[in-house]
Design a protein around this ligand. Structure first.
Ligand code: FAD
Length: 284
């Protein structure tokens, strides 16, 4: 179906974008358009004004701070993430995930911020932001605010932003010797996904952060993290500690996978992600 007629505005500054969102009912930011335009074509949502933020300079940088944390502008595309030497050094696994997201066309247009704001359960980056304890930087008519990633995702396709607010960037803390594992089961778009950020020392797990994706909201698994802390960094110990990863989650059933299957696969992807992070540590 063709796109229905909609007003379009490409502001030159972030302030102009916020002003347009605030002053026009039914206005919506347009980033890479890889989700929003499809939704509009399908008539699954209607928008009166598209505010194109894709060329705003304020949203387009990747910057590593002295403490090793990295700030990724919301308008940075997956391709730009994949090709950034800074991101490759600071968060190499994230750089790889960006490089393998969907296909060349989507990677050329899709943005890190759009991926997070859209919060489609199939999107790659929401569980990464939660596992890494990212900070989301937001600007709106009342000024700037920061939101912890754990509080940013509020439900299926929804987030904590109000209609005048724009996600401007995301700060990922330094890995500081930790390693990230990212594992998914690809049936259709994705049936199950886990991200683990793990520190090891002398053959034991010092700390672990584990988040699951392919859910309405990406969730941390504190009981798994507690079980992992202090255990030997071996496949058997990790399997035991991650066995309960699917307890209490509420996955969706869709054409790709049933909720029961997704629940059963949570421990499988959690174990694989933790083992990948451990092996990253062993490989340097
Ligand atoms: C065929 C296909 C397959 C795909 N498969 C995958 C996949 O397997 N994994 C995956 O991760 N993604 C996948 N995607 C989705 C893709 O990653 C989209 O790029 C992403 O969901 C949205 O990013 P975008 O920049 O295109 O945002 P847009 O489509 O422009 O916007 C999406 C939503 O976010 C809002 N928004 C965007 N940026 C901001 C901002 N800075 N502040 C506030 N609100 C904002 C918009 O208003 C809109 O509501 C797929 C897309 C296609 C077309």
């Amino acid at each position: 179906m063709l796109l229905a007629a909609v007003d379009y505005y490409r502001p030159d500054t972030l302030a102009e974008a916020v002003e347009a969102l605030d002053s026009t009912e039914g206005a919506r930011p347009l980033a890479g358009g890889q989700s929003l335009i499809s939704i509009l074509k399908l008539r699954a949502a209607s928008v009166d004004l598209l505010v194109d933020i894709s060329r705003l300079e304020d949203l387009r940088a990747i910057a590593v701070a002295d403490d090793g944390s990295v700030r990724i502008g919301a308008g940075v595309t997956y391709d730009e993430m994949a090709m950034s030497p800074d991101l490759h050094r600071s968060h190499p696994r994230l750089s790889q995930v960006a490089a393998h997201t969907v296909d060349a066309q989507v990677r050329n247009r899709g943005t890190f911020g759009g991926n997070l704001c859209h919060n489609d359960p199939i999107n790659n980056f929401p569980p990464v932001a939660v596992a890494l304890e990212a900070t989301m930087h937001v600007t709106g008519k009342d000024g700037d605010r920061d939101i912890a990633a754990a509080d940013f995702f509020t439900g299926y396709f929804t987030n904590a932003l109000s209609s005048d607010e724009i996600l401007t960037g995301v700060t990922l803390p330094a890995l500081n010797g930790r390693h990230m594992g990212y594992q998914e089961i690809e049936i259709g778009e994705a049936a199950a996904r886990a991200v683990a950020v793990v520190a090891t020392s002398n053959g034991n797990i010092e700390s672990a952060s584990v988040a699951l994706g392919c859910l309405p909201i990406p969730v941390r698994r504190p009981q798994v993290e507690e079980a992992l802390a202090g255990t030997p960094a071996t496949a058997d110990a990790v399997a035991e500690a991650t066995a309960a990863a699917g307890e209490g989650i509420e996955p969706l059933s869709d054409a790709d996978a049933s909720a029961d299957y997704r629940q059963a696969m949570a421990s499988v992807v959690a174990k694989r992600a933790v083992m990948e992070a451990i092996e990253g540590g062993q490989n340097g």
